[in-house]
Design a protein around this ligand. Structure first.
Ligand code: PMP
Length: 411
């Protein structure tokens, strides 16, 4: 496996080369959103400068170019996640939209007493749509809990029964960092006739995704977490299911014929893409897919695993630092949530920012998990392709400085 040349990669991300609070920026908030390389920015700019037109409608040359680029991005995404067909690749606004669409689809078939199984580590976007579906149908929303910082598979096997109609689990937790065995979970779900949904927001940017190998029925992710633009994402769904699924939005682009009282829909994937889509975003996402593919997804995963293997022992040595998630580092993607003594994570994040280190603090849109962990919040550092051992060292030393700074207080 070839190694990442971080110095070369960092040249593609001019934003990283800046001083924050008199210190060189160390960007460790990649689980929230990643930076964009010039290769993506250039493609978006070139689209607006040279090809901008609405898609699918025009016969003029610019419209044809815009449509070709938009649809070429769909083909790139199809290959990137190894979907069987381009019909199974729907452009959305992001993971949140994709999960909402699936939960809306679930609402059409769920009945009183049916069950939905999710986990306690889900992002709000994989919680609230299911709460709504349960509330509107009388279905029951069940949670799988944790054991030793990871998903409790014994609990999962108990919770998934023949009453279960939908199972929706995150591939990688944005708080715990744990990589969940979604292929195995899909198998268990299918044994009980349930539909398997995967929240791929935190996995797709960081590892090879093969939706056919995972055998999930739906898989959602966001462009902005994988070096692409904001406002664009993808929902993958198996063709047979998408054919059964009603469009969520109605309007232009998604219709075949419209009569006074009725209308018919276009075929997949356009049935789901009402209105003028995020053309520049889709094209930018295509460029991000090209960029990541060129580096190699296995190489990216190995790079982040390497950073984790490097930093975890150093973090574990810091007295008073609590780290959440798996004890086994090989189960951890490039996400580390922590607390420093009794310090509020917002104070920790502010102190780290004074050292130029950008981390996130809060509930990370996972309040049920934060309550379950029985903490007010956590601080979170998360890595990507451009992060280095030096970044790790800076985080460790900044945490130690923060500890010293507050040491006459609670630590
Ligand atoms: N799921 C997970 C695990 C996430 O980390 C996020 C983003 N923080 C989302 C879903 C939602 O993604 P978006 O805000 O791009 O829709």
């Amino acid at each position: 496996l070839k190694k990442i040349d971080t110095q070369k990669i960092r040249k593609d991300f001019p934003i990283l080369d800046q001083i924050v609070n008199d210190e060189p920026l160390v960007y460790l908030d990649n689980a929230a959103t990643t930076q964009k390389p010039t290769q993506v920015l250039d493609v978006v700019r070139a689209y607006y400068e040279q090809d901008n037109a609405n898609v699918h409608r025009g016969v003029h040359t610019l419209a044809e170019r815009a449509t070709a680029d938009y649809e070429a991005s769909r083909d790139k995404v199809r290959a990137f996640i190894n979907a069987g067909s381009r019909k199974e690749v729907l452009f959305t606004r992001g993971t949140t939209t994709g999960l909402n669409w699936v939960a809306r689809f679930a609402q059409e078939s769920l009945k009183v007493g049916d069950e939905i199984v999710i986990s306690i580590m889900e992002h709000h976007s994989n919680v609230i749509p299911w709460q709504q579906a349960a509330e509107k149908t009388g279905a029951v929303l069940k949670y799988v809990y944790l054991k030793d910082g990871i998903l409790d598979m014994a609990d999962l096997r108990k919770k998934i029964t023949d009453k279960t109609k939908f199972v929706s689990i995150t591939h990688v937790s944005n708080v715990l960092g744990v990589i969940n065995p979604v292929k195995e979970i899909a198998q268990i779900a299918h044994e009980h006739g349930a539909i398997m949904v995967v929240d791929g927001a935190q996995s797709t940017p960081h590892m090879t995704i093969d939706v056919q190998d995972l055998d999930c029925d739906f898989f959602a992710f966001s462009g902005h977490k994988m070096a692409g633009p904001t406002g664009i994402g993808v929902l993958y769904g198996k063709e047979a299911l998408l054919n059964k699924m009603s469009p969520v939005e109605f309007g232009g682009e998604m219709i075949d014929f419209v009569y006074e009282q009725t209308a018919t829909w276009k075929e997949l994937p356009w049935k789901f893409e009402a209105g003028t889509p995020n053309i520049a975003g889709s094209i930018g996402l295509g460029a991000a897919v090209d960029y990541l593919t060129e580096i190699g997804m296995d190489t990216i995963h190995a790079h982040e695993a390497d950073l984790i293997a490097y930093i975890m022992p150093k973090l574990r040595e810091i007295d008073g630092l609590t780290i959440y998630g798996p004890l086994d580092d090989s189960l951890r993607a490039g996400v580390i949530s922590f607390n420093l003594g009794d310090l509020h994570p917002h104070d920790v994040a502010t102190a780290l920012d004074m050292e130029g280190v950008a981390v996130r603090a809060g509930h990370h849109c996972a309040q049920p998990l934060i309550n379950y962990l029985d903490v007010p919040a956590t601080a979170r550092a998360s890595f990507y392709i451009y992060n280095t051992y030096e970044d790790c060292d800076k985080l460790v030393s900044a945490i130690k400085l923060t500890k010293e700074f507050f040491s006459n207080g609670t630590l």
